[in-house]
Each structure stands twice: as C-alpha cells, then as structure tokens.
Design a protein around this ligand. Structure first.
Ligand SMILES: [Zn+2]
Ligand SMILES: [Zn+2]
Length: 334
C-alpha cells in the first residue's frame, strides 16, 4: 500500500436518499470499493451517504460506473479536489451512523425525502434579485465572517443543531416568502431546507452544491457574482478567494484582514483571523500568553501544556466572551 506509485484522484460527494438497511449497504459498498482500491472515509445512515475518498486514476472510470449503477446515486455530482496530492487517505473506512449530518432532530416524522427545491447559480441570482427573497447562511460564524452572499442572514450559533431551530425562529413571520439556504458544499443547507418545510415554511430553496459549485458556475457561465469575499474551506489555504473584497477584520488590531490561522502555540491552536503585522509581532500567536509560551524551550512548553483543555479551538462567540479581548491585549504589549 505505501509502495503505491499510481496517482490518485480525491473525490467527495453526498446524497440524501432513504437506505432501509444501512449495514447491508455498507458491507456491499465496502467490498466493491475495496476491489478498486478506494481509500477514504465514508458515512452511511438511513438518510443517505457522505463520502470523501481517493481512487487510483486507472480505476476512476470503474468507480464512476459502479456508483452510477446504484440507482439513487445515478449522476450524483462528484466533486474533485483540485489542490490535493491524493494522499489524504491510506485505508478505506465506511461507518454506519445515525445521521450523515448531526442535526439533533428527534422528531420521527422528519423526513429528508421532503426537501426544498434546488437552485443553480443562475436561478440563485434571479431569485435573489427580488428584494423579498430571504437568503440564509447555514455555515459557522467564522465562515460567514470572511465571506458570504449579499444580504445573507447569519444564524449565529456554534453548532448546526442549534442553528436549525434558530433559523426557523428567526424567520417565523416569513413562512410564505421565498427562502434560499446555502452552505459550503450543499449538505447542510439541503437538510436545513427539509427542516424548514417540516416547520411549515412553504417556499424553500437551497443552493445546489453550495458556494463551491456556485463559484464554478458563475465562472464558467460568466454570471454576476453575488458572493463577497472568501469561501472558507478546511484545506491548507483555509479559504478560496471569490472576490477581492476583504470583509473581515484582524481579531487582534481590527485592520481589514481575512486570513485564518491557527495559533502557533500547539497547546492552543486557536483558529482566528490575523493580519500580517500582527502575525509578525505575535509570531503567529493569538495572545501574549501564547507568545510567551512559544518562546519557551520545547520541554518547558510541554510542561505548560499538560492538563490544559484545548476546547473547541475555534475563535467563536462564546469563547470570545471568556477570553480577554485580543485587541486590548495587543495595545498593552504587542
Ligand atoms: Zn492585526
Ligand atoms: Zn493561542
């Protein structure tokens, strides 16, 4: 396996469809994908499949043929990772889960088969030309912070589970309006659209393939771009620039900036936005405390790290309240 030299393509896809016997489906999928040397991480639930994997180039066609031979996956959009060396996975893991996207919905009458209507980039632009259309961002706040669609509403919470009821509550007086939901790749907003219908909303749409697909479509078709800033993605770049506008601010000095970094102190690793100047003065750290730690010898750093709960490691709103304000600390002694 480690000696393999053939180039691999990294692919992701998801599909919501009802699976009666997730365990049986899992076993069948495993044996077929294993035959064509697929590596990766795949989740199966009664509500569908969410997959990220790599396939040797010589088996790419076989893979496609096999997946498309499964009726509900016929023609499913396979997203090919551009900036990937195909070495993200070394084994194939297929797990059966309760849900492919944890949603906290306990109501057994909730059904992913009743979901909103898909819109593509062109339809999205048309629908959102109407000022009465409500656009809802179903991502995390740190994603919204660096880039989002014009007029999009942020549902500020730390988890998707919390976001669903919050979105329904925020829009409770707009049950007859057109509502478009979007997320990064489509998997969340598709579920969110089903949830909104379940809550009695009538005209719910969701952006097919999310911002990633939208960005490709506007480029290919020469459409107007209604997205501003950066699309945050969890790869090495921590985001893909869609327009040149910088809509966020450095969490340390407040200057315009939209580069996410992880704090250079391994015991902290906080994800936050940092400008170039602050990067230099804090040597990539989120705070003076962390800067002091990274300046210690490695052995000392380990001692300090011991027993510290790293928490969720994302600069989120609740965490921001707990921490001393980064900007204030910066003024004292950068
Ligand atoms: Zn700064
Ligand atoms: Zn830190």
């Amino acid at each position: 396996m480690l000696g393999e030299t053939e180039h691999r393509t990294t692919i992701s896809f998801y599909q919501y469809f009802h699976i009666d016997d997730p365990k049986g489906f899992r076993d069948l999928l495993y044996s077929n994908l294993n035959t064509i040397k697929v590596f990766g991480r795949i989740y199966i639930a009664q509500e569908g499949i969410n997959a990220q994997f790599s396939v040797p180039d010589s088996h790419f066609e076989n893979l496609k043929e096999y997946l498309y031979s499964i009726e509900p996956l016929k023609g499913v959009r396979l997203n090919i990772a551009v900036d990937d060396d195909g070495k993200s996975f070394w084994v194939l893991k297929i797990k059966v889960r309760d849900k492919i996207v944890a949603d906290g919905i306990a109501d057994p009458s909730f059904d992913m088969r009743h979901k909103g209507k898909y819109v593509d980039a062109e339809q999205f632009n048309k629908l959102t030309d109407d000022p009465n259309t409500i656009i809802v961002d179903m991502r995390n706040h740190y994603e919204y912070e660096v880039g989002h669609f014009e007029r999009a509403i942020e549902v500020a919470s730390d988890t998707f589970r919390e976001q669903l009821p919050m979105a329904a509550d925020m829009l409770k007086d707009a049950k007859d309006k057109n509502i478009i939901m979007y997320c990064t790749g489509g998997i969340r907003c598709e579920k969110a659209s089903a949830y909104m219908l379940h809550q009695g909303f009538k005209n719910v749409f969701h952006l097919e393939g999310g911002i990633i697909n939208y960005a490709n479509q506007v480029k290919e078709q020469g459409l107007a771009v209604k997205f501003r800033g950066k699309n945050f993605v969890f790869d090495n770049r921590l985001g893909e620039r869609i327009t040149d506008e910088i809509i966020a601010k450095c969490h340390q000095c407040g200057k315009p900036a939209d580069t996410h970094v992880n704090c250079a102190n391994d015991g902290c690793h906080l994800l936050f936005i940092q400008c170039e100047d602050c990067k230099n003065s804090y040597i990539g750290c989120c705070s003076i405390e962390c800067k002091e730690i990274v300046l210690l010898p490695a052995e000392e750093q380990k001692k300090v790290r011991k027993g510290i709960d790293k928490g969720r490691n994302i600069f989120n709103k609740s965490r921001a309240r707990l921490r001393p304000k980064l900007s204030e600390m910066g003024k004292k002694q950068p």
